[in-house]
Design a protein around this ligand. Structure first.
Ligand code: SF4
Length: 329
């Protein structure tokens, strides 16, 4: 069996901005602008970046919840973008998503049991009794009581609702779960419980996660490998430990510097980035990060750095990747 479950090649998603009487395309929002990576079976790939960097759009486009502008997505060897309706239905069972907002992702009119069973009904899986049993099992797996089936989402806390969201995905027995900022809306104390639950379920069921977050410290706790996105592109990708020990992109180094260190004797110098993320409608020429980069030189303003392998399993898009770890801001 192929070790790679998901392969994404040069994925592009542009949103047109229409204007004028004829509603012609006047500009493009380059939300995802040529993203490539793969996810191995049973691993967690973290995708991290500031809000607006395109990570959520990338996740949604991979699942074909958005139509890709260009590129290729192979899931378990199947081309997702060209899959027929019937094939796509089967793929949707194997590729589930957990949303950021547990309040908005559950229909308030449905009981918890009905919400969790929705996918089973859509895909005609099992009879009423079998579905009930699977829902019951999923609730237990996420640490809730089977009696919660009869209750409504508003009766639960944010953390419990996210557990229900996880049960909704889990009940389909998927191979891949795209976790789209699954703990961002939760209190810090609840975040670690949900992360632990996701990790335990992964071990138990051999799940594969694409874990999207804006917070590198969250990604650090759950990922095997981490991809860092900036303005529609992946700028660095490496094993988690390697990335934190030896970042090879100034943007990654800045994100790491913002993570609080629990030991007061080990202070980390914080790198404050200049300005805001530029508009994805008109990204800067050369390296997209150059207006905010303290290491920028002339070449950065004109020549876009290639996303290249710089060390074993370590990829970066920076002309001066080898200098990043050593250089202070
Ligand atoms: Fe900074 Fe230049 Fe590297 Fe871009 S290529 S990250 S501007 S040093």
């Amino acid at each position: 069996m192929n070790d790679t479950l998901l392969e994404v090649n040069d994925l592009v998603k542009h949103f047109p901005i229409k204007g004028g009487i004829l509603r012609r395309t006047q500009a493009l929002v380059r939300a995802v602008d040529g993203v490539s990576f793969s996810v191995r079976r049973g691993e967690t790939l973290g995708l991290v970046g500031e809000s607006g960097c395109g990570k959520t759009t990338a996740g949604r486009t991979i699942l074909r919840l958005e139509t890709a502008t260009a590129g290729e997505v192979l899931f378990d060897g199947t081309d997702v973008m060209s899959a027929s309706r019937k094939k796509m239905q089967a793929l949707r069972r194997d590729m589930q998503i957990i949303f950021q907002d547990p309040y908005a992702s559950l229909d308030p009119r449905l009981t918890v049991g009905e919400s969790i069973a929705e996918g089973l009904v859509i895909h005609h899986l099992g009879n009423t009794q079998e579905r009930r049993e699977r829902v019951r099992e999923a609730l237990i797996r996420v640490g809730m009581h089977p009696s919660h089936m009869q209750r409504f989402p508003h009766e639960f806390s944010g953390g419990q609702r996210q557990r229900i969201g996880i049960a909704r995905a889990l009940v389909m027995e998927p191979k891949l779960i795209v976790c789209d900022e699954p703990v961002s809306a939760l209190d810090v104390s609840v975040q670690s419980q949900v992360l632990n639950l996701l990790r335990n379920l992964q071990q138990e069921f051999g799940l594969t996660y694409l874990f999207i977050a804006h917070d590198l410290s969250v990604v650090e706790h759950i990922s095997d490998r981490v991809g860092v996105m900036y303005l529609g592109k992946i700028v660095e990708l490496a094993d988690r430990l390697e990335l934190f020990r030896r970042p090879m992109h100034p943007y990654t180094k800045a994100l790491i510097s913002a993570i609080p260190v629990p030991d007061p004797l080990k202070r980390r110098e914080r790198i404050i980035l200049k300005g805001d993320v530029p508009s994805p409608i008109n990204p800067p020429a050369g390296c997209r990060f150059h207006p905010r980069c303290w290491m920028a030189r002339d070449i950065c303003r004109t020549v876009e750095p290639a996303f290249e392998k710089k060390a074993s399993g370590h990829w970066s898009a920076c002309h001066f990747a080898d200098e990043v770890s050593e250089r202070a801001a």
